[in-house]
Ligand binder design. Structure first.
Ligand code: DX5
Ligand code: ZN
Length: 220
């Protein structure tokens, strides 16, 4: 029997002029986390959300804030995102010189720590930080933009990471992000993902469609 995945809507695809209402709407529609894509125009070719926006959103929902940091250098901003209300903070190994130190610091701040693998990033970057992570995020697009097509090779990467986590009896969340939709969600879960990030596939159709969109992603 397959697991029902956690659904983490990426607010990158929401109406930025109504962010508070959008976050409330996805919470009411059955979302599990709020996925917040933070981009700096340097690590990735786009600029999005900073800690002040995260802080402004915090009173609008009790859902965990899952902050995906696509910024470099990343360390100097970790405390600000935690103070703004981030519950999970995920970083790319390429975003700083000392991944292990960064992950330790995230946990020290009281947040859960995640590592994000770009499509070309090898999985063995995880080998010596397995005890220091609460989440692994597999990017199924190159980071920077919503609305891109799912890169199928990443399903095999999810399988390899699933095996690695299981072999270590590691309960980390295995999340996939980019181009996830109701058509490929089941394949992600079959490969071993336990959480799906989706922007376009959740927010398309506006608030009236969110509950059905989330249900479809859960395979219900
Ligand atoms: C890409 C972001 C994703 C993206 C997902 O850099 O990390 O979270 O917004 O959007 P969709 O689901 O539209 O690919
Ligand atoms: Zn993301």
């Amino acid at each position: 029997m397959s697991v029902t995945p956690l659904i983490c809507p990426s607010i990158l695809a929401s109406d930025f002029a109504a962010l508070g209402a959008e976050v409330k709407a996805i919470a009411a529609a059955g979302a599990d986390f709020v996925h917040i894509d933070v981009m700096d125009g340097h690590f990735v070719p786009n600029i999005t959300i900073g800690p002040d926006v995260v802080k402004a959103l915090r009173p609008h929902t009790d859902l965990p804030f899952d902050c995906h940091l696509m910024i470099s250098p990343v360390d100097s901003f970790l405390e600000a995102f935690r103070e703004a209300g981030a519950d999970l903070i995920s970083v790319h190994p390429e975003a700083g010189p000392h991944l292990h130190r960064t992950l330790k610091y995230i946990r020290q701040l009281g947040a859960k720590a995640g590592v994000v693998l770009n499509p070309a990033t090898p999985v063995d970057v995880l080998d010596w930080v397995l005890d220091d992570i609460d989440l692994v995020l597999v990017m199924s697009v190159n980071p920077g933009f919503g609305g891109q097509g799912f890169i199928d090779s990443q399903l095999r990467k999810i399988e390899v990471i699933r095996k690695k986590l299981d072999a270590a009896s590691n309960p980390a969340i295995l999340q996939v992000d980019g181009g996830v939709n109701a058509q490929n969600a089941a394949a992600c879960v079959a490969a071993g993902a336990t959480a799906l990030v989706a922007g376009t596939a959740v927010f398309r159709g506006g608030p009236a469609a969110y509950a059905a969109n989330i249900k479809a992603l859960k395979g219900l």
